[in-house]
Ligand binder design. Structure first.
Ligand SMILES: [Fe+2]
Length: 421
């Protein structure tokens, strides 16, 4: 049985299953094995770990400690409460389908162009070249325009990506989420362009970290981990020589690994010391990393990543900004396969900011379990009183199997899936 304990309840002899937070668990030599001594516990305390999951026998330990399942249920409830805080009676957006369908066609091309630009920039830096800021700005301007027309189109592409571990793809996804966040915060077009540039450039220093370390699948040594962390300094060195760079780009690069409680790097700054741009980037950077392949982990589904992040958001991130991020991507992000109370299954295709518990879905199977071809669109916000159409849960990626969410989006026949997705 797996239970969650606080760090001061950890004893030598216990077996650690995982940590609460975005800690590189595999870097601790005893991870997955018995904790050998008190010194090992001090190591965990020193880096700021507060809670963790351990294996215990059913008859062992405090009976009141929550099991992993208890915590999952609790987090699910907390996430839903976030959705409940918005206005469930907001009128549904009448022309969402036409607008989103049209924008998806554009967004697929724009995302490809931005991805190519991000790749070119990273390769140039890798070869010792410079950042060509005007071309990065012009790519960011195109994606800003798309996000101002309909923020869901590019966001959907970032959410339904192929989850590769390529650094430039990560930069593009972060840029898109940052821009959507800025747009929904009410930032100006120029500010949204700047934050897009920030996303595209924020990890350039990874090009200076030796490839064998970036790609290493096994446990990183302390020295290797430090070198990885140095990518922030490398990025800042590269950005120093870029004329006319916006302050946002600098802040995002410098602070996206800082944490609200001061447990991040490189400066261990707390939430009081970092900028709002740095705090937003910390949330988005973690979300994209959790939902992508890394040499040391498989991607989590978007819905599951939000639930996991909820667990440590109140100390590692600015909780208010995390809530806002959930508003941006949806409580059930586009592509999530949900179960309705009447036993039908459906895929989420659009979210209303003001009614996160009631997205627009498209049926996959009906209440009898029969597959539905060209399933109908159901705008759940218009059926809030129908108990049978309430969402009761979301399916994990593995259970979802071969469902390709792109196919269910409006106007899907008019655009090809992005090449990498
Ligand atoms: Fe980074």
């Amino acid at each position: 049985m797996i239970k969650r304990i606080s760090i001061d309840q950890l004893q030598p002899g216990m077996v650690v299953q995982s940590f609460v937070g975005d800690w590189p668990a595999e870097t601790f030599h005893f991870f997955g094995k018995t904790v050998p001594d008190r010194q090992s516990i001090t190591e965990l305390t020193d880096v700021g770990i507060r809670e963790l999951y351990v294996h215990v026998h059913a008859d062992e330990g405090e009976p009141d400690l929550p099991t992993q399942e208890d915590v999952e249920r609790l987090l699910e409830g907390q996430l839903r409460e976030l959705g409940g805080e918005t206005d469930p009676h907001a009128p549904p957006d009448a022309d969402w389908q036409e607008r989103l369908g049209h924008e998806l066609e554009e967004a697929v091309k724009i995302e490809k162009a931005v991805r190519e630009e991000a790749n070119r920039t990273l390769e140039s830096v890798r070869m010792g070249g410079q950042v060509d800021l005007p071309t990065v700005i012009s790519a960011s301007r195109r994606s800003m325009e798309s996000i101002f027309r309909d923020h869901e189109a590019l966001t959907a592409i970032a959410l339904l990506k192929n989850r590769s571990d390529q650094a430039f793809e990560h930069s593009v996804n972060v840029a898109i989420h940052l821009q959507a966040f800025g747009r929904l915060m009410g930032w100006s077009e120029e500010e949204v362009v700047d934050i897009g540039v920030a996303g595209m450039l924020h990890d350039l220093g990874m090009a200076k970290v030796p490839f064998h370390i970036v790609r290493k699948t096994g446990r990183l040594t302390r020295g290797e981990l430090q070198l990885c962390h140095q990518h922030v300094e490398f990025t800042l060195q590269i950005l120093e020589s870029v004329p006319n760079l916006s302050e946002k780009a600098w802040l995002v690069a410098a602070q996206h690994h800082e944490r609200f409680d001061g447990t991040g790097y490189p400066k261990s700054q707390t939430g009081r010391e970092t900028s709002i741009e740095g705090e937003i980037a910390a949330i988005i950077d973690t979300f994209d990393a959790m939902t992508s392949w890394r040499p040391y982990h498989k991607p989590l589904d978007n819905y599951l990543a939000l639930r996991r992040m909820m667990e440590f958001s109140n100390y590692q991130y600015n909780m208010g900004l995390f809530q806002f991020f959930v508003t941006c991507v949806g409580l059930f992000p586009v592509g999530t396969v949900v179960h309705l109370k009447d036993s039908s299954r459906a895929v989420v295709v659009s979210n209303h900011r003001n009614a996160l518990l009631f997205p627009v879905v498209r049926l996959l199977t009906d209440a009898t379990g029969k597959a539905v071809e060209e399933g109908r669109w159901i705008n759940l916000s218009q059926h809030q009183d129908e108990e049978g159409l309430a969402i009761v849960g979301a399916e994990s990626e593995t259970a979802k199997g071969p469902v390709n969410p792109f196919k269910y989006l409006p106007n899907a026949k008019s655009f090809r899936m992005p090449a990498s997705a």
